[in-house]
Write a protein that binds this ligand. Structure first.
Ligand code: LLP
Length: 420
C-alpha cells in the first residue's frame, strides 16, 4: 500500500496534489511519501516480530537522501553502507554509529580505517586480506573491530543477472567451502572480533525458495563453525525482497519472508540482521514528469517526457518496468512508446505500452521509483541533477535541490596550459 492515489481526478502524494509540486518545484522531480516510508518500515519490523533478536539496517544504496534516512532512523532502523560517503550520510541523518554495518566488496584501506575511527557496529568481511588489514588498523589504534564473514552460498536468486550476487561466479563473499578455514584464521587475529556470518544473494527476488536454500546452507555452516569451537553470535541475512513494479505480479510479502526466516533459523540462537532496501523505499517514491511532445511514430507514437535515463536509469540498465500514469487521467487510453530526451535509443521507458492517454504539457508519474532512482541519477547530456521532494500530510519540502548545469560547470576548470 502506498499514499500515491487519485483524488477528485488528480493524483496526490498523501494530501498534496502532484500538480502543485510540479508548479512549485518543476519537473522532473522525485516525490517521496513519509507516511508510506513509515508504513513500510513498520510492516517489515512487524514481519520479524516473532524472531528473538533482530537488527534492521536499511541498505542506504537504495535511497541515501538525508530526509529519507532520517525518517527510517526514527523508525529504529540502522544503516547498511557500502562506502564512507554512505557512512557520512547515515551519521548526518542521525543513525548511531554502532547501528551501522559496512558491506561492500571493495572497501579501501582508507575507508576501513575511517569507519573504524567512527566506531561503526560491524564490518562484513568479503575476503581474507580485508580482514587482515582491518585487524592491523584496529591493533594499531588499540581497538577491536567487530566483524562477520560474508559467504557466497552459490545459489541462483532467480532475478536479473545484473542484480544477482550469490552465485560462485559473482564477485561477492567467500566460497562457502573455504569459509571454515578463512573464518578460523580471521578469528585468531588480535584486533578482530569475529561474531558470525553474512550473505546477500541478490535483489528484486520474487521467489523465497532460493533465499531459503541459501539461508539453510549458512545455517549448516553456523553449526560447523560452532562445532569447531567458534562463537557465532550473529548472522546478517542481507536484503533482496522484491516489490511489485507491475500490477498483477505480486512478490512474497514481508510476512511470508518473516515466517520463512523464523522456520529456517529457529535453532540458530543468534542475532539476526537484515539489510532491506527496495522493499522499504521502492513504492514510497514516484518520479513526476511532464510530457514534452507526443511525436508521431511509424508504428506508434512516442510520448517524450522530460525525465530521462539519467534521472531513472533502471529501464535502460535492467530492462526494468515502471508503471506510467497520467496525473490527471481523463479515462482514455493510448498505445505508445515512452522515451526521454537523451540522445540514445536506450533512453526508453516503455515500448508499445497501453497507457493513460496524454498530450504535450500533461503531467505523469513513473511509479515505484523510490529505490535505486534518484541515487543512480547522473547529469548525462548536461542535464540538471534531478531534485527530490518529501510529502508529509498536506506539507511538502524540497529534500534535494535540482543541481543546475551552472553549478556543475563551476566545478570544472580549463587549465592555463591549453593556451600554450
Ligand atoms: N545488502 C547488500 C549487501 C546489497 O548488495 C544490497 C543491494 C542490499 C542489501 C539491498 O538489497 P534490496 O533489499 O534493495 O534488494 N540498482 C539495482 C539494485 C542493486 C542492488 C545492490 N545490492 C536496481 O535498481 O535494481
Amino acid at each position: 500500500m502506498d499514499h500515491f492515489q487519485l483524488r477528485d481526478g488528480t493524483l496526490h502524494a498523501e494530501d498534496v496534489p502532484l500538480t502543485r509540486i510540479a508548479e512549485e518545484v518543476g519537473t522532473p522531480v522525485y516525490v517521496y511519501s513519509r507516511a508510506t516510508l513509515e508504513r513500510h518500515a513498520r510492516v517489515f519490523r512487524e514481519a520479524l516480530r516473532g524472531l528473538p533478536r533482530v537488527h534492521i539496517a536499511f541498505a542506504i544504496k537504495a535511497n541515501p537522501n538525508l530526509a529519507v534516512l532520517n525518517v527510517l532512523s526514527r523508525q529504529g532502523f540502522g544503516a547498511d553502507i557500502v562506502s564512507v560517503g554512505e557512512m557520512k550520510r547515515a551519521l548526518a541523518a542521525g543513525v548511531p554509529a554502532p547501528d551501522i554495518v559496512f558491506s561492500g566488496v571493495g572497501k579501501t584501506r582508507a575507508e576501513l580505517s575511517e569507519a573504524l575511527d567512527a566506531g561503526i557496529g560491524q564490518f562484513n568481511i568479503e575476503l581474507e586480506e580485508e580482514g587482515v588489514a582491518l585487524a592491523e588498523f584496529a591493533r594499531a589504534n588499540g581497538k577491536t573491530a567487530t566483524a562477520v564473514l560474508r559467504i557466497n552460498p552459490d545459489v541462483d536468486a532467480g532475478t536479473h543477472a545484473k542484480i544477482s550476487t550469490g552465485m560462485k561466479e559473482n564477485k561477492f563473499g567467500v566460497p562457502i567451502d573455504e569459509a571454515p578455514a578463512i573464518y578460523t584464521r580471521l578469528a585468531a587475529l588480535d584486533g578482530l572480533d569475529m561474531q558470525g556470518l553474512a550473505l546477500h544473494i541478490g535483489s528484486q527476488i520474487f521467489d523465497l525458495g532460493p533465499i531459503e536454500r541459501a539461508y539453510a546452507k549458512v545455517g549448516g555452516l553456523v553449526g560447523d563453525l560452532r562445532g569447531a569451537g567458534h562463537k557465532i553470535d550473529r548472522v546478517d541475512l542481507g536484503g533482496g525482497l522484491g516489490v511489485p513494479y507491475e500490477r498483477g505480479k505480486v512478490p512474497p510479502t514481508p510476512a511470508d519472508y518473516g515466517e520463512m526466516v523464523a522456520r529456517v533459523t529457529k535453532d540458530w540462537d543468534v542475532t539476526l540482521m537484515f539489510e532491506p532496501g527496495r522493499v522499504i523505499v521502492g513504492n514510497a517514491g514516484v518520479l513526476l514528469t511532464r510530457v514534452i511532445w507526443v511525436k508521431p511514430g511509424v508504428v506508434r507514437p512516442f510520448v517524450i517526457v522530460d525525465a530521462a535515463m539519467n534521472d531513472l536509469a533502471r529501464p535502460a540498465l535492467y530492462d526494468a518496468y515502471h508503471d506510467f500514469e497520467a496525473v490527471e487521467p481523463d479515462g482514455d487510453r493510448m498505445e505508445a512508446n515512452i522515451a526521454g530526451p537523451v540522445c540514445e535509443s536506450g533512453d526508453t521507458f516503455a515500448m508499445g505500452r497501453d497507457i493513460d492517454a496524454v498530450q504535450a504539457g500533461d503531467l505523469a508519474i513513473f511509479r515505484t521509483a523510490g529505490a535505486y532512482g534518484a541515487t543512480m541519477a547522473s547529469t548525462y547530456n548536461s542535464r540538471a541533477l534531478v531534485p527530490e521532494v518529501m510529502v508529509d500530510g498536506d506539507r511538502f519540502a524540497v529534500v534535494a535541490e535540482r543541481v543546475m548545469p551552472e553549478r556543475l560547470i563551476d566545478a570544472e576548470h580549463v587549465p592555463d596550459f591549453l593556451n600554450d
